[in-house]
Design a protein around this ligand. Structure first.
Ligand code: F3S
Length: 281
């Protein structure tokens, strides 16, 4: 059987940096992450075993008396930094620099009189974080209906940014709808190229193989998106979290298999699946 492992499978630069930061700190006293460091149960469980605690609310954060809080790659709202500063809590900011750049844009444009539109999923922690840096009116738009319904004051300046992991074609479509409304608009495509490259490669590999394996946590939105993209190209696409979920019985009938993984899937899980598929068939 031919096995093709996508080069872009697994941790992106920002996630790797954040996860490495936590592992580097595990021996240095009490360590907390504000929210799970990544959407991957295996990694979060492993860190838990090493004593890393996950803080989920502002109240829990205020109660921290010692140790270090690590801010994950998704970033967080300005008010969280204010709590950390006001309470003299030691912290390490592992926000991905690409996300940080969006925080700066919305903050600056807000102070220049722009209202902000974020193209993204309103419930995603990255979008919640970006919202938390907006100093002017902010609207989150995820679909065509919301874009059609969007209104601003006449002559209002509008700055449009995107969640880093949003689909580029969908972003373009939504921007086009808003652009027709005649506002004074600036559009900043803040989609991360790591996501685009991973999705493009996944689609290419899936179109060339008989079966496709997508590895990632069931809660990871970028893995779910990868699964959808692969499934469009290859009807035998399997979504697994670890090697245990792999249905080796069905795989044996295929002549070629492709493998990709979401941005929060650790290398050891990908390698385990890769070598298993290679050696079994
Ligand atoms: Fe950063 Fe892009 Fe990853 S924004 S966290 S490098 S997907």
């Amino acid at each position: 059987m031919e096995v093709v492992l996508a080069k872009t499978a697994g941790f992106c630069f920002g996630v790797k940096r954040a996860v490495d930061t936590v592992y580097e700190h595990v021996d240095k006293g009490s360590i907390y992450t504000y929210g799970p460091i990544i959407h991957n149960e295996e990694v979060v469980k492993d860190l838990e075993k090493k004593g890393v605690k996950v803080i989920n609310t502002e109240e829990e954060l205020k109660a921290v008396k010692d140790g270090t809080v690590i801010i994950r790659s998704h970033g967080t709202a300005k008010k969280i930094y204010d709590i950390l500063e006001e309470n003299n809590i030691d912290y390490v900011d592992a926000t991905c620099p690409y996300v940080k750049k969006i925080h700066k844009i919305v903050n600056k444009r807000g102070s220049e009189g722009y209202e902000i539109v974020i193209i993204g999923n309103t419930k995603h922690p990255e979008v919640e974080g970006i919202k938390g840096w907006c100093s002017s009116k902010v609207t989150v738009i995820e679909n065509a209906e919301q874009a059609e319904n969007y209104t601003a004051e006449e002559k209002q300046k509008v700055c449009i940014v995107s969640q880093t992991t949003f689909n580029y074609n969908k972003f373009k479509d939504l921007v086009e709808i808003i652009s027709k409304k005649g506002y004074d608009i600036i559009v900043l495509n803040t989609i991360c190229s790591a996501t685009e490259e991973r999705q493009a490669e996944a689609s290419r590999v899936a179109s060339q193989v008989e079966a496709m394996i997508v590895i990632g946590d069931k809660h990871s939105s970028n893995t779910q998106k990868l699964y959808e993209i692969c499934n469009e190209e290859c009807e035998n696409t399997y979504y697994i979290q670890t090697l245990d979920d792999l249905d080796t019985q069905s795989l044996q009938f295929f002549g070629s298999v492709g493998i990709t993984a979401g941005a929060s899937t650790p290398n050891n899980i990908i390698e385990e699946v890769h070598s298993n598929v290679r050696n079994e068939f």
